[in-house]
Ligand binder design. Structure first.
Ligand SMILES: C[S@@+](CC[C@H](N)C(=O)[O-])C[C@H]1O[C@@H](n2cnc3c(N)ncnc32)[C@H](O)[C@@H]1O
Length: 269
């Protein structure tokens, strides 16, 4: 997959959105790593690492004795991360410029293979999964945080935004992605001799000034227009949804509910 094909774009504005996104969802990812027992000495692969925000956190956990490899197709994101790695003088953080489907990964190398918000975008997720599996050590863990795209809503109901979850799901389909991808993963685990060790859905909610609402704003303020451009909806529908969103942001009693993000992890038997 070339950078141009990543649905949300590999550019400066997406970099900033990912940075803010990490500040909002980091505690959720940290809690997942805590449950999985990620510890000093582990060798980890962060797939679709973006600018490496999760890779930083993994490096903190695995310390000097472990290693972190960030696999990412966007040079823009990877160059930024490479600069940070140099500044920190880390010698056990490695970068691979490529996709999970095409990269040459070492066989049975990693204790943990992790991908947050990546597999829902890819058109051949089973190929993506199988490629990664061969790089996992026996007894190693492969883990995903991604959507089961339910739950997205605004309260009070009744406006144009009520149809937004359908629109976002259709937007994912335009690039061959699957907004319900985490529903498929336990079956893949069973078929490939992995044991499901974690399956936990999470969603956040908050008022108009909350970080979770600001997170959503950074998505909708850009991507409603992209959805229109990709003919997921008409311009008039997009305009009505954005107007409804902005009205709710002015209402101090309004609530935003995020879509559901599922933590799913399997151990290779
Ligand atoms: C929404 S961002 C998530 C970045 C990071 N995982 C995080 O949580 O901050 C998705 C990333 O996946 C990368 N990506 C897209 N398709 C990929 C593929 N087939 N293999 C590996 N990475 C991919 C994109 O370039 C982008 O950086």
């Amino acid at each position: 997959m070339s950078n141009a094909e990543y649905l949300l774009g590999a550019n400066q504005s997406e970099f900033e959105r990912l940075q803010f996104q990490h500040s909002v969802w980091k505690s959720n990812t940290d809690a997942f790593f805590g449950r999985l027992g990620v510890a000093k000495g582990w060798n980890c692969l962060d797939v679709g690492a973006g600018p490496g925000f999760v890779s930083f956190d993994l490096r903190d956990r695995v310390g000097e004795s472990g290693s972190v490899t960030a696999l990412e197709p966007s040079s823009l994101f990877l160059d930024w991360f490479s600069e940070q790695v140099k500044q920190k003088q880390w010698t056990n953080v490695h970068l691979i410029n490529g996709t999970a489907e095409e990269a040459k990964l070492p066989s049975q190398q990693y204790d943990l293979i992790f991908a947050r918000w990546v597999i829902a975008f890819v058109p051949e997720p089973d190929k993506f999964f199988k490629q990664l599996l061969s790089a996992l050590k026996p007894n190693g863990i492969i883990a995903f945080q991604d959507y089961y795209y339910e739950g997205l809503s605004l309260f009070p109901h009744g406006g144009a935004f009520d149809r937004m979850a359908d629109m976002v799901r259709a937007y994912y389909h335009t690039s061959g992605g699957d907004p319900y991808i985490t529903g498929k993963i336990p079956a893949w685990f069973r078929q490939n001799n992995l044991q499901t060790i974690d399956y936990s859905p999470h969603l956040y909610a908050g008022g108009p000034e909350s970080p979770i609402t600001e997170w959503a704003h950074r998505f909708f303020s850009t991507h409603i227009q992209h959805m229109v451009d990709k003919q997921v909806m008409k311009q008039s529908e997009g305009d009505a949804m954005l107007a409804d969103w902005l009205e709710h942001r002015k209402n101090p009693d309004a609530l935003f509910f995020s879509p559901m993000v599922v933590d799913v992890a399997g151990r290779k038997l």
